[in-house]
Design a protein around this ligand. Structure first.
Ligand code: ZN
Length: 141
């Protein structure tokens, strides 16, 4: 990955632990200690009940493609031109939350809504790994 691509800021205390875990190939989501709901993206409060008593829990990294788009032109983000075409998707984890991510390790034409996927980590720098998803049958190879 080239150095001019946008990267997550690691100085945001709300999601620092998320990125530290991702670098260690663990996918974290938030759980509310008051209402029990799970949420993603990371927030300093519960999206459902407003509680500030959230905690990190580790996801099993398994889910399915909720919806997706194939990006074929890099008009707004020329840094990603070398990756074209690529898949931007919302993956719904078995824990019920949805992540905006990329589907990798398969042809864009092979991606379908409902496809079973599992997390994989793209180590883009020494300290940052981006959670992406690949078809689940990949793990059986
Ligand atoms: Zn809550």
């Amino acid at each position: 990955m080239s150095d001019d691509r946008p990267l997550p800021a690691l100085d945001n205390e709300t999601d620092t632990e998320f990125w530290q875990a991702a670098a260690d190939e663990r996918l974290l989501i938030q759980s509310c200690r008051d209402c029990g709901e799970r949420q993603f993206f990371p927030r300093s409060w519960c999206h459902y009940c407003g509680s500030e008593r959230t905690e990190w829990v580790e996801s099993d990294g398994i889910g399915h493609v909720h919806t997706f788009a194939v990006v074929r032109r890099a008009t707004e983000l020329p840094q990603f031109e070398a990756d074209l075409p690529y898949v931007v998707a919302y993956v719904e984890l078995t824990e019920g939350v949805r992540l905006c991510t990329n589907i990798v390790d398969c042809a864009p034409e092979a991606v379908e809504m409902g496809m079973d996927v599992e997390v994989t980590f793209d180590h883009v720098t020494e300290t940052i790994a981006l959670p992406k998803f690949r078809p689940r049958e990949h793990s059986a190879e």
